[in-house]
Design a protein around this ligand. Structure first.
Ligand code: PGA
Ligand code: ZN
Length: 397
């Protein structure tokens, strides 16, 4: 049983405050986890409260329901208590940031009590042996960097990598090569919130550079390294059209544009090609290029099983991004993963632009056999997850 929960404000990778939770059990188990935070958040996400408010509300409503009554090892029970304590549909009472920090910390405490690694506790004895391919942000802009590309993320996708370590190093090599190509072109580039280069170039030039870098690295490592995108199109959408600086694309033009990009660059992955309520547009795009690429809903689905259900019925997309803090608990995130997998949608486990050293998503990806994880390429809060995957691979495969 849980004997105590403590909550504090800690720093995230942007220097903003976020919620960290410690969970202690009567038998001496301990777990600690911190909530990440988005910048290009979807309008249908669970509510992130200012950390001070989230902590005060969780102390008042959630902690008394957990302490002395709930078993840390019973994740469904922990997460049901969190939902009961909150009482709303979107965690607006205690904050999804408090909820997800407690949910993840309890999972770690449960694993500690069992003496098992977290991926084993979450995945169970009959867990499969799939290991996720990391998608690594190498060029980015949008809401993650000012005066850079309009498309939010260009993601290296080392789909042919024989191991997660080789995949992570291939992504790092693409990142480095992109940096060299930018220097050759005399383009100075700082890094955005997720560690990707944030050069002041147009999207067309970014496609050229990333394609070239992936080709060079693929030749070097001897396996397929391709790339994908997070277009974060809700951030480009002005209510009528998709706005790329001066260039404007109607919804129909946006669909043509994305379909052409998929063909021209053989993109492995396109996230949020359309704004967060356009299920019909997603369905049309899926009809056109869904057999050739992953069309992933992030802001569209927000890790919400009901919204995913609508996507499944309409064949809107073929993939879902999974961010536990979008929905508030690990149980709800796993529900979305299981619904996706049962219906042929590919789950992609994901970090947020504001991150911490927390590695729960690496364990979640291995536990659920998710084929992909999107967790950046460089920067300590990103490599924390990648290095954890490298360690897990030593004993899990
Ligand atoms: P966010 O961006 O964490 O700022 O929402 C990541 C994404 O859009 O995938
Ligand atoms: Zn996204």
């Amino acid at each position: 049983r849980i004997s105590g929960v403590s909550l504090r404000r800690v720093l995230d990778s942007r220097g903003n405050p976020t919620v960290e939770a410690d969970v202690l059990t009567v038998s001496g188990g301990f777990g600690r986890a911190a909530a990440p935070s988005g910048a290009s958040t979807g309008e249908h996400e669970a509510i992130e409260l200012p950390p001070g408010e989230a902590i005060a509300a969780a102390r008042k409503h959630a902690v008394p329901r957990l302490v002395e009554t709930v078993h840390a090892g019973n994740q469904r029970e922990v997460d049901a208590a969190l939902r009961g304590a909150d009482g709303t549909e979107n965690f607006s009472e205690i904050g999804a940031n408090s909820a997800v920090a407690i949910s993840m910390a309890a999972a770690k405490a449960g694993a500690d009590v069992l003496g098992a690694p977290l991926y084993q506790h979450l995945g169970g004895a009959f867990r499969g042996e799939n290991f996720p391919v990391p998608l690594g942000n190498v060029v980015g802009g949008g809401e993650h960097a000012a005066d850079a590309t309009h498309i939010q993320e260009f993601l290296a996708a080392p789909v042919g990598a024989p191991s997660v370590a080789e995949a992570a190093f291939a992504n790092a090599a693409v990142h480095e090569t992109v940096g060299e190509l930018l220097t050759e072109r005399g383009v100075p580039a700082a890094k955005g919130d997720e560690g990707a280069w944030a050069p002041a170039i147009d999207d067309a030039e970014a496609f050229e550079i990333v394609a070239e870098a992936c080709e060079r690295v693929a030749e070097d490592v001897g396996f397929e390294v391709t790339f994908g995108l997070d277009m974060a199109a809700s951030e480009l959408w002005n209510g009528d059209a998709y706005q790329y600086g001066e260039t404007s694309r109607s919804p129909a033009e946006q669909i043509d544009y994305v379909a052409d990009l998929v063909e021209e660059y053989e993109l492995a992955y396109v996230e949020d090609p359309l704004e967060e309520n356009d299920f019909a547009g997603f369905a049309e795009l899926t009809d056109r290029v869904g057999d050739r690429t992953l069309l992933c809903g992030d802001d569209l689905f927000v890790t919400n099983t009901e919204r995913l259900q609508q996507g499944i019925e309409m064949a809107a997309g073929n993939s879902i991004l999974i961010k536990p803090n979008q929905i508030g608990t690990l149980s709800l995130a796993v529900d979305a993963i299981e619904t996706a997998t049962r219906n042929g949608f590919t789950p992609v486990i994901s970090h947020r632009s504001g991150e911490t050293e927390d590695t729960t998503i690496a364990h979640l990806a291995v536990a659920t056999g998710a084929p992909f994880i999107k967790t950046g390429t460089v920067g300590g809060e990103r490599t924390a997850k990648l290095n954890e995957l490298i360690r897990i691979a030593e004993d899990a495969v």
